[in-house]
Design a protein around this ligand. Structure first.
Ligand SMILES: Cc1cc2nc3c(=O)[nH]c(=O)nc-3n(C[C@H](O)[C@H](O)[C@H](O)COP(=O)(O)O)c2cc1C
Ligand SMILES: C=C(O[C@@H]1CC(C(=O)O)=C[C@@H](OP(=O)(O)O)[C@H]1O)C(=O)O
Length: 358
């Protein structure tokens, strides 16, 4: 398995859900960056499991231990290595899953690829748990970007068929900061109750639900990105698709833009004092693969959590028989609320990697 990424900064993630620890090494960070560890802890808590009934009951503190790259709270320029020890593994929940393949999870393709040696416990290296170190790295990236005025924030766009509003063309940094005061950010403050009820109904029915997350990256100057293979879309998408359970990524209006005429889809320019802006932002702040100075807006679609406790049809890979599976154990009835900060983190890492002069 290769778990490395980056052209400017270098990321290498490691660990398994039921192993001793998970973590990340971040190479090529600038030296002399003062990190706000209180903010990092707050970001880690936005993702941490076990906080309420919308989440897996697995209890992990997700406390980050820095092994290298910091003196005091200031980066030294050496690889920044962060470890998070696992403490609440219930590995016996996975005994049957060594042979009965969970529909929708990585078990079957991973069994084939790794010849049955892969660790299925808690999802092993495929686990959503591996997004904890991503949130650490993303929080560092967000802090570096913030010093350049770049602000990133995401909200729950939908849970199943319950929808929040979408970002407006004139979304400001202050709006993002206000939105992020909520543990589970939405733009319409009334909608989360309905979302929560939808998640709870699925949970009670031994089922799960998915949804969408919308993310805004503000104040990226015009001119970042490249045509073709290293467009902003091309650079961010692999990171976003790396988040377990992500099934779609779209920028601006996404697929909806295909329903419009050209005169509706085009974002017309105007001068606001000396700054060039667009009246609409259907292209999500990117044209020709390059930032145009408007907010970069994208959406990520997350599938319903695969591990559900209803009876499902599957195969036993050892006995080579069709069988039924009732999964026991601890699982998120919906991944979306905990993944909001993961999406922001991936966005921050992708943009930081593209801004080579930072
Ligand atoms: C934050 C987070 C939490 C997750 N929690 C669970 C979970 O409790 N149970 C589960 O089966 N999958 C969970 N997943 C999703 C699986 O890890 C994912 O579906 C699986 O690795 C297969 O990958 P794929 O869905 O991208 O194909 C979670 C994902 C994330 C990002
Ligand atoms: C622990 C986390 O989520 C885990 C993600 C996960 C999966 O299959 O992705 C399966 C579950 O693991 P376990 O069976 O050990 O409880 C979740 O709890 C976390 O996100 O920190």
């Amino acid at each position: 398995m290769s778990s490395s990424w980056g052209t400017n900064i270098e990321l290498s993630i490691f660990g398994e859900s039921h192993g001793q620890a998970i973590g990340i090494v971040i190479g090529n960070l600038p030296a002399g960056i003062q990190l706000d560890m209180v903010d990092i802890r707050r970001q880690m808590k936005r993702r941490a499991p076990g906080l309420n009934i919308m989440s897996t009951p697995r209890k992990e503190k997700d406390e980050v231990q820095i092994m290298s790259g910091l003196m005091g709270d200031v980066t030294t320029g050496a690889p920044l290595c962060a470890m998070i020890y696992n403490s609440d593994q219930h590995s016996k929940d996975y005994s049957l899953l060594q042979e009965c393949m969970r529909p929708g999870h990585s078990d079957y393709p991973a069994y084939i690829k790794y010849k049955g040696f892969n660790d299925v416990r808690g999802g092993g290296h495929f686990s959503g748990r591996i997004t904890a170190p991503i949130v650490f790295a993303g929080s560092v990236a967000k802090q570096i970007l913030k010093q350049k005025g770049i602000v990133i924030g995401a909200h729950i766009q939908s849970i199943k068929d319950v929808y929040d509003d979408s970002f407006g063309v004139d979304i400001s940094s202050q709006d993002i900061e206000n939105m992020l005061q909520q543990q589970y950010p939405t733009l319409n403050s009334h909608v989360f109750e309905k979302m929560q009820a939808t998640i709870e109904e699925a949970r009670i029915n031994c089922d799960s639900v998915g949804g969408m997350i919308e993310c805004a990256i503000l104040n990226v100057p015009a001119g970042i990105g490249n045509p073709f293979f290293d467009s902003i879309e091309s650079h961010l998408s692999p990171l976003l698709f790396s988040i377990p359970a992500v099934k779609s990524v779209s920028f601006g209006l996404g697929e909806k833009i295909t329903e419009l005429y050209g005169h509706e889809a085009n974002d017309c320019y105007y001068y606001d004092d000396e700054k060039v802006k667009t009246k609409t932002n259907h292209n999500g702040g990117i044209t020709g693969g390059i930032s145009n100075g408007m907010p970069i807006i994208f959406r990520v679609g997350i599938k319903p959590t695969p591990s559900i406790s209803q009876v499902q049809q599957t195969v036993n890979i050892k006995t080579k028989e069709n069988t039924e599976l009732e999964i026991i154990g601890r699982h998120d009835p919906c991944i979306v609320p905990r993944a909001v900060v993961v999406v922001e983190s991936m966005a921050a890492l992708g943009i930081l990697d593209m801004m080579k002069d930072i």
